[in-house]
Design a protein around this ligand. Sequence first.
Ligand SMILES: *Cc1c(COP(=O)(O)O)cnc(C)c1O
Length: 409
Amino acid sequence: METIPFAKPFIGKEEEEAVLTALRSGWLTTGKETLAFEKDFGEFLQNRDGLDLPFCMAVNSATSGLHLAMEAVGIGKGDLVLIPSMTFTSTAEVVRYLGAEVVFVDVLKDGYHMDPAALECTLRKLELEKDETPSRGLKVKAVVPVHYGGLPCDMDAIISIARKYGLKIIEDAAHSFPSFIQDENNPAKGRWAGLTGDAGVFSFYATKTITTGEGGMVVTRDKAIADRVKIMRSHGIDRSVWDRYSNVKASWYYQVVEPGYKYNIPDILSALGRAQLRRAYDLLAMRKKIAAIYDEAFRDDRNFLIPPTGNGDARHLYPLRLCPENISLNRNEFAEKLQERGIGISVHFIPLHTMPYYKKRYSLEDNDFPETLKTFNRTISLPIWPGMTESQVDQVIATVKSLAQSSLN
Ligand SMILES: *Cc1c(COP(=O)(O)O)cnc(C)c1O
């Protein structure tokens, strides 16, 4: 039987030609192709939400983008930042880069997204403990919702809590391009996941919904945040390399106004990004089709729980939950057997609160976030990539089902 990879980028002639053109142009690093990528990206977003053109800053990864966005909203030493434990390590590590502290929040029951009730509960607890060690002197500064799997978080609830507690909102939108949250009353209108808070960050990592191999995009409608990100992504220099190249006046002159970072994306990758962006809705349609087949196959199967879906779901992941009451294999055994049978799978995510670094730093126990732990212990991400054929999808379903059948309690 054919082996089916967990993920595979969708790269065609257009991408190949775009990269070749960039290679032959004589300009490889950040330049006019990146400016064009940012412009195309902004217009893509504006075309759908009809609001002001957002500021879009292309960077070399979403991790860099999250770091820049958090720096730009003023997160620093002595600040607390709330994030779900159910996320990739990037979301938390950038908080530590800035000297701020991570506070984990549990996910919804049987879910994958930050639970607004748990968020509020955590904030109340921090409020009560604010004069005691270890919270003394620390200030709750921001919340980072993660639009897990491309399904937007309950942003109305999170925004209202954030307002009440005066928190900044940085959206980890690594999975959610494109996730348009339609207005319930007027489906023609709505908001983009990534543009509901102060700033949002998309990822173009190789397995993400559109890819540049490595890359990311910071988006915001706040000019001050955008200006800060632009300076800090390029060594804290007050003008871009491209501006110095293309503006004959004083091409060698620049000023360092901050000790910034080097997080720029090369034009070779931006060219790839522009070609992928033109396909974004087609790729979304292909993922939706696969997800619908999975939903149909597993919805009424008592051995499994299908992932929640809804308004604006980009369908980046397909986390299938095993029901341990029925299936005797645990998640690890199930995953291993699937891989033996040629089905590439993954697990999203190993909760951060169980990782040695965070466990030790914040004295955490696995059971401190019970829903997160439960989700982790029971969930397998199935392959869902554009270009997967229906027969490959059927093969995944048949293999998963027969494995469950052969291991019933
Ligand atoms: C992939 C991912 C990131 C990091 O993206 P990079 O572009 O690889 O830096 C951040 N957060 C989440 C939830 C991710 O899945």
